[in-house]
Design a protein around this ligand. Structure first.
Ligand code: NI
Length: 174
């Protein structure tokens, strides 16, 4: 199984706005498989195509404890959010090692195509609802650290740039 490279913040490509998926076909199914493999390998609960440098409206999620409830959202649209919100700790495969509080709606309804090209409505709450909102942001070119204060964001940016440099240096010295 091909593993895809996950873009790391502050890579400017993470700020690309995704275009709709044109066709649910073999190419897309292959991409979905590779995205799931990449997400499970990285122990993440969600991955947006934006994060693997594919700028199409596609998300894979598995927010279950047993990692056995894969969910594919193609051309997703949030059609309802609960007025109740909560601040919860979030992380992101594109910002490894960083966790901080973000305010999200407690529950959402999202409409999306499935792998058969059929439109489905999903109702989500708790961790799944948070994950859907987080991944939907990626499709709009938004990373969760953008909800934090400029001071925190700049610290994270500096830390990430150093982390990427250190890794490149370690790889070169191997
Ligand atoms: Ni993320």
């Amino acid at each position: 199984m091909t593993l895809l490279t996950i873009l790391r913040y502050p890579d400017p490509r993470l700020h690309t706005v995704a275009k709709p998926v044109a066709a649910v076909d073999a190419r897309l199914r292959q991409l979905v498989d590779a995205m799931f493999a990449t997400m499970y390998e990285a122990a993440g609960i969600g991955l947006a195509a934006t994060q693997v440098d594919v700028h199409e409206r596609l998300i894979v999620i598995d927010a279950s404890d047993k990692r056995d409830q894969p969910m594919v959202l193609i051309n997703p649209e949030i059609i309802w959010v609960s007025p109740e919100t909560r601040i919860g700790e979030e992380g992101c495969l594109s910002v490894p090692g960083i966790y901080d509080g973000v305010e999200r709606s407690l529950a959402v309804k999202v409409q999306a195509l499935d792998l058969d090209g059929k439109r489905q409505t999903h109702e989500a709450e708790g961790m799944l609802a948070v994950c859907i909102q987080h991944e939907m942001d990626h499709l709009l070119g938004k990373v969760f650290v953008e909800y934090l204060s400029p001071l925190k964001r700049n610290r994270i940016k500096t830390k990430m740039i150093k982390q990427i440099k250190d890794e490149a240096r370690d790889a070169a010295g191997r």
